[in-house]
Design a binder for this molecule. Structure first.
Ligand SMILES: Cc1ncc(COP(=O)(O)O)c(C=O)c1O
Length: 370
């Protein structure tokens, strides 16, 4: 039996160990652990990488979303339109600010928000639209940008899974709306050694507000014009991320190569009638490679017994989470999101995944259907 992990971070670490060690030593020698020169440098580098004027390092992807919504003044009674199918944080931050999450179903071919359904959800209370670039594929934004402009509503991108991704017009994830939010959770394409995140924007005033909110709303220190929080990024995480950022384009290419290989292998096995795989989309960075199939749970168990690790992103769509019952959503309301929760399965796609292991994964799937 071959063991195929969903993600093997040790494979990546073993190649950059010495460089990472040097970066960590630099921070230890400086004894400067919070914000400071490493964070400033990472902000410049991420800004340049994404093509954004301003970047503000924060404590996590969740805090990136929270501080972005705070910066545009999201308050109780407001509504924020978002997808029904994402990681919990996307909707959690909306509710934490007292606002209402207004969910929209997904486009089943991309897992992303159905942009054409957003317009019908706009009300006088809509504060923002929050599309998510799920699994590393940029959502369809034109209809969202058009209505947002007309109604003067902010667009905040949850680009937690999509650093370096771009849409068909070449626009980079995080730079399409007013504020882009990234997570550097270790399993992301650019992963820290713990929690970390970043917010990017081209708007100087928003950048200033984001920076102020990050340090409890103080400007200058101990003078609080706003109520912010501790959303600071650690220097150690910034130093690690600066090393890894140099490798990110190469790692992204490797993920894309692996996605192409899956397409070939699935094709060779003639599995198209049982399993649907993501189509080839040039700007997709494959944080996850998520397939869809009818017998998901049985296949998952079968693969586990054969050493193949998989994951379900996500088993419960956001509108059906127990903690959101007060909003009155019900089962059947967003059928595409509900179907995705039932039939999607993430397969290993990390950059260093050996070709034979990929072949093994597809072979096991073939055996399951035989
Ligand atoms: C779509 C999405 N949004 C938000 C987050 C939150 O990021 P973090 O885990 O860094 O707080 C994540 C990551 O887990 C995510 O995948």
């Amino acid at each position: 039996m071959t063991n195929v992990p969903l993600l093997d971070l040790k494979a990546q670490y073993s190649l950059i160990r010495a460089e990472i060690g040097g970066a960590i030593d630099r921070v230890l020698e400086s004894q400067h652990f919070i914000l400071g020169p490493e964070v400033d440098a990472l902000e410049r580098e991420i800004g340049a990488f994404c093509g954004a004027r301003f970047a503000v390092g924060v404590s996590s992807g969740t805090d990136a979303l929270l501080v972005a919504l705070m910066a545009i003044g999201t308050a109780p009674g407001d509504e924020v339109i978002t997808t029904a199918y994402s990681f919990f944080a996307t909707a959690g931050v909306i509710v934490r600010l007292g606002a209402r999450p207004v969910f929209v179903d997904i486009d089943p071919s991309t897992f992303n928000i159905d942009a054409n359904a957003v317009k019908g959800k706009i009300t006088s209370r809509t504060k923002a639209i929050l599309p998510v670039h799920l699994f590393g594929r940029v959502s369809d934004n034109d209809a969202i940008l058009e209505i947002a402009k007309e109604k003067k509503i902010h667009v905040i991108e949850d680009a937690a899974q999509a650093i370096g991704a771009h849409d068909e017009r070449g626009r980079s994830a995080g730079t399409i709306g007013d504020i882009g939010c990234f997570s550097f959770f270790p399993s992301k394409n650019l992963g820290a050694f713990g929690d970390a995140g970043m917010v990017i924007t081209d708007d100087e005033r928003l950048a200033e507000t984001l920076r102020t909110l990050r340090v409890h709303g103080a400007r200058p220190k101990y003078y609080h014009s706003l109520i912010g929080g501790n959303f600071r990024l650690d220097a150690l995480q910034a130093a690690v991320l600066r090393v890894k950022l140099k490798y990110l384009p190469g790692w992204t290419e490797m993920r894309r190569t692996n996605a192409g290989r899956y397409r070939t292998f699935f094709d060779e096995m003639g599995l198209a009638e049982y399993i649907s795989i993501p189509d080839d989309c040039p700007g997709h960075i494959y944080n996850q490679f998520v397939v869809r199939l009818a017998d998901r749970d049985r296949l998952r168990m079968f693969l586990k017994e054969r050493g193949v690790e998989t994951e379900i992103y996500y088993p419960v769509p956001l509108h059906l989470q127990d903690c959101f019952t007060q909003f009155g959503y019900h089962s059947g309301e967003f059928p595409h999101a509900e179907n995705a929760a039932r039939d999607s399965l993430a397969l290993p796609i990390y950059p260093e995944l050996p070709e034979e292991q990929q072949r093994y994964v597809v072979k096991q799937i073939g055996e399951f259907y035989r």
